[in-house]
Design a protein around this ligand. Structure first.
Ligand code: ZN
Length: 71
């Protein structure tokens, strides 16, 4: 999977203003999206639960960081 940097404008808790936030993300793409749908159907929804848990964990690890203060 290709690594990329995602960027967005978010309200920073440390700067108390809207700043550019960035995080590393792995592009999943349309094929992975279709794979997830197929696996969700095949596993009767179990895959979706696992995917949601994985996404939650991934968000905690690769969270957004402010470009101004680095937090
Ligand atoms: Zn900040």
């Amino acid at each position: 999977m290709a690594k990329s940097i995602e960027q967005t404008i978010k309200q920073c808790r440390h700067c108390s203003k809207k700043t550019v936030h960035h995080r590393a993300s792995s592009k999943t793409g349309l094929i992975m999206f279709l794979v997830h749908i197929v696996l969700t159907i095949v596993t009767a929804g179990v895959w979706l639960v696992l995917l949601l848990i994985w996404m939650l964990l991934n968000t905690k690890i690769g969270g957004w960081s402010c470009q101004e203060c680095g937090k």
